[in-house]
Design a protein around this ligand. Structure first.
Ligand code: ZN
Length: 327
């Protein structure tokens, strides 16, 4: 059972982390020039018909993570004039928007232990969306997978829209791989939606699901979410409005806590390595952290089989926001 898990080498990783921690911190600050964040907080406001969702201090200025409620894209603004509002006020002001529509849809999907949240498009679309999880791993990123996806969709889509869900521990131990992914964005090969997959992503193969992942005793949800967002920002990534539960495991309590931060949890109806097939409108899940090669192989063989459909845009890769908010 252990060998089939995309998370099985967690313990080895913690050993590695111990020795590389100091070096990596210095490396991040030196090479990338991103300075440390302080006063990071959940902060809601209305700014020019966009929704401010976070506020922090960095480089001696106040910065804000701002969401476009129509496109569901986020960006960072500095030193803007805003006034804090309650979530209730925000959801009232933006009640007709795609974002509040999706947030309310999420509220109806908060009950199951596994795969809660939006897991597929409600509409029929020509194609699907690809989500790639980067859970903690001591193995290198499967770069050849991304190269094959870029090549496979070159005839129909460039840059290729893809969602990568990332953990703080993975980023800390894979600075080269992270730089490589960012380079693919700069080269115009990939258009990445960066989603939060929690900071630590604890997993214990001996524990039942109801006590595992974020449901493990002693887990502080606020830290798992907000420390990971800070790590993303300090690594030069713009966090999207999406969150993926480690192992797709959650309870109603923690699901609702994620919603209270304004985030939209992503499930999946097509975790390929678990034998689930891709359908029109699917939210496909694979792991590119080296621990679940089967899912990558299945995806690439599907690419081969559907070359003609891809060429004629009958089989498209969708941007996550356009897929799940396509009604
Ligand atoms: Zn994971």
């Amino acid at each position: 059972m252990l060998k089939k898990s995309p998370y099985f080498d967690n313990k080895k990783l913690f050993m590695l982390r111990k020795y590389h921690y100091a070096f990596i911190l210095v490396f991040v600050c030196f090479v990338q020039g991103f300075t440390q964040i302080t006063d990071y907080q959940v902060y809601f406001a209305n700014y020019n018909n966009q929704i401010v969702v976070r506020k922090w201090t960095q480089n001696n200025s106040t910065q804000y993570l701002v969401l476009n409620p129509s496109t569901l894209k986020t960006n960072i603004l500095s030193n803007i004039a805003t006034k804090a509002l309650s979530w209730e006020a925000i959801s009232g002001i933006f009640r007709g928007s795609r974002y509040i529509h999706d947030w309310k849809l999420e509220q109806q999907k908060d009950i199951s232990l596994q795969d809660a949240g939006i897991s597929k498009s409600d509409s029929t679309v020509n194609g699907f969306s690809l989500t790639v999880d980067l859970c903690p791993s001591s193995k290198p990123l499967a770069r050849s997978f991304f190269e094959a996806v870029i090549k496979g969709f070159d005839v129909s889509e460039r840059p290729v829209p893809i969602t990568i869900t990332v953990t703080g521990i993975w980023m800390k131990n894979h600075l080269d791989d992270l730089a490589w992914l960012k380079q693919q964005e700069l080269l115009g090969n990939l258009r990445i939606t960066w989603a939060n997959h929690s900071y630590n992503h604890h997993y214990d193969p001996k524990l039942p699901l109801k006590d595992n992942f974020l449901l493990e005793k002693g887990t502080v949800i606020a830290d798992e979410v907000l420390l990971n967002e800070q790590a993303m920002l300090e690594n030069g990534l713009v966090p999207s409005i999406y969150f993926r539960f480690p192992g797709l495991v959650s309870s109603k309590v923690i699901f609702d806590q994620i919603l209270s931060y304004g985030l939209l949890p992503l499930g999946s109806d097509a975790w390929l390595a678990k034998g689930q097939a891709i359908h029109q409108g699917s939210l496909v899940l694979v792991h590119a952290n080296g621990n679940e090669p089967l899912g990558l192989e299945l995806f690439l063989s599907m690419l081969q089989k559907n070359q003609d459909e891809i060429k004629h845009k009958k089989w498209q890769l969708w941007d996550i926001s356009n897929l799940i908010s396509s009604k």
